[in-house]
Design a protein around this ligand. Structure first.
Ligand SMILES: [Mn+2]
Length: 307
């Protein structure tokens, strides 16, 4: 990159899976965003981008689901955003600028969090690039609909409220939700944001949910996929800041991704991995698998002909 945005990126001595591809051969750019400022319970997100990069080394690059090997095209690991430490709004400005630079260069960014709050910066850059018809498909145990939490509007408990600052409620769909206050539940219903609870995912099944998501995606210009890994049951993803029982399984997620991924997807984030609470690394390994399957699923759709 040759831009002032580069001033806000620190190269990492470790790259995702130990390998970084050639820019002209891949549309994908991996960017670490070690934002770690507002956890309401336990923290350590700043270590997640590194941990996910290391975890990727244990995984195969061939996806059986998609019959695609990402080894054939790889990705560029850009490094980590250098975050200013004078508050979340300033950090989000920098995140927005760096994400905007990648999008402006035609890249498909894959953001490694960091706390979920970062989505308010990355998604803003995607809306800057692709306009107000951009949608957010959010996987999260939490509704994140509080106006503020612990005295700040920029808490990881307020992510969807911050998205509503610059997005239409019809452009948001939350999957896997199961942890929210009564006030958030009322707000979820009164705003009319579409959502599928973790319980309903199991009750109606992935195919039924996928067809509902397909209707949503059809109404969107572009789609941003935001995965807060606490959407998974803590049995599968214990290393998160705020674990919440009764969640999705990895199979639920990967089957859903298989059903809905299309050329409308323009970016991914994977947030809330908390390595100090993940001694077996299974949460980081799951996060790395999400990155690999996303790229494998999306790649055939981004070949020539993409609008
Ligand atoms: Mn969450």
């Amino acid at each position: 990159m040759g831009n002032e945005a580069e001033l806000f990126i620190a190269r990492s001595p470790y790259v995702f899976g130990g390998v970084s591809g050639r820019r002209e051969r891949t549309p994908f750019s991996i960017l670490g965003i070690p934002l770690d400022m507002t956890s309401s319970f336990r923290s350590g997100y700043r270590e997640a981008p590194l941990s996910i990069r290391v975890a990727a080394q244990s995984l195969e690059y061939f996806s059986m689901r998609f019959n695609i090997s990402i080894e054939d095209f790889l990705y560029v690991d850009e490094g980590d955003v250098l975050l200013p430490q004078d508050g979340v709004p300033r950090a989000l400005d920098v995140v927005r600028e760096v994400a905007g630079y990648l999008l402006g260069s035609g890249r498909i960014p894959v953001f490694l969090g960091g706390e979920h709050t970062l989505t308010a910066g990355t998604l803003r850059a995607v809306v800057d690039s692709f306009g107000r018809s951009t949608c957010a498909l959010v996987l999260d145990a939490h509704a994140d609909l509080r106006a503020e939490y612990s005295g700040t509007r920029y808490s990881h408990a307020c992510v969807v409220s911050r998205l509503l600052d610059f997005m239409d409620k019809d452009c948001i769909y939350i999957v896997g939700v199961r942890a929210l206050s009564r006030e958030e539940y009322e707000k979820l219903k009164s705003t009319g944001i579409r959502y599928a609870t973790a319980r309903s995912v199991k009750r109606v099944g992935i195919r039924h949910l996928a067809s509902s998501l397909q209707d949503f995606i059809n109404s969107c210009g572009r789609v941003y996929l935001s995965v807060d890994v606490d959407v998974f049951d803590p049995a599968y993803a214990p290393g998160v800041a705020t674990p919440e029982p009764d969640g999705l399984s990895p199979s639920d997620f990967f089957d859903l991704l298989y059903e809905v991924v299309s050329g409308k997807f323009v970016a991914l984030d994977v947030t809330e991995v908390t390595p100090p609470y993940d001694p077996s690394m299974i949460t980081s390994i799951l996060a790395a698998k999400i990155v690999i399957e996303f790229m494998a699923g999306l790649y055939p759709h981004v070949l020539p002909g993409r609008a």
